[in-house]
Design a binder for this molecule. Sequence first.
Ligand SMILES: CC(C)(COP(=O)(O)OP(=O)(O)OC[C@H]1O[C@@H](n2cnc3c(N)ncnc32)[C@H](O)[C@@H]1OP(=O)(O)O)[C@@H](O)C(=O)NCCC(=O)NCCS
Length: 180
Amino acid sequence: MKIQNMYELNKVQIVQAAQVLTDSLPVGWPTFDDALAEIEELLNDPQNTLLAAVEDDTVIGWGGILPQYKGNVFELHPLAVRSDRRRKGIGRAILEALEEEARKRGGLTMRVGADDEVGDGETSFANTDLYDDLPGKILNFCPGTHQSGFYMKLGYKIIGVVPDANGPGKPDIYLGKRLY
Ligand SMILES: CC(C)(COP(=O)(O)OP(=O)(O)OC[C@H]1O[C@@H](n2cnc3c(N)ncnc32)[C@H](O)[C@@H]1OP(=O)(O)O)[C@@H](O)C(=O)NCCC(=O)NCCS
């Protein structure tokens, strides 16, 4: 497996990346065309860095970073690994390569918004009153099956929350990591 800049990918590989995105995050990108449009838009802005994990010429995961706050902060958007290739260190490899890229560009903070919106909610933030003792709830946060568990493994901490971002009881969870 190698990590490759997505500007170097051919059309077939861009299609593979779009398929991974719509399969992995169908709430955000319900159709293949939505996912393809997202990739094209991200690739259109040279400020973004997009990296793909490529195995035998096939894209099995990818992620992007977008500069914010005059380049002090980079937002991870999105990150997805093909479902049959998860839990094999590929997400970590992509994210660490993106962090390194952000660091090289002078980034101080990496951030990601992770919606807790699937089903009845996966984390301990789901269906609770986040206006009541949020510090206590952050202290006792439990990711359950949610992807925030992955980010926490990689050293990310909860830096904020947007209550009801995806409907009642379905928050967006902000995670961040210091890059220096
Ligand atoms: C989140 C995602 C990118 C992780 O990719 P991955 O390739 O499976 O992750 P890795 O194998 O590199 O995992 C790195 C570590 O995190 C752990 N981990 C992975 N997913 C996890 C989860 N959901 N909860 C808790 N820990 C998790 C792994 O066990 C591994 O731990 P280890 O180093 O102790 O062995 C992948 O599950 C995915 O594409 N999910 C669907 C899309 C998504 O939710 N994207 C993020 C949107 S914010």
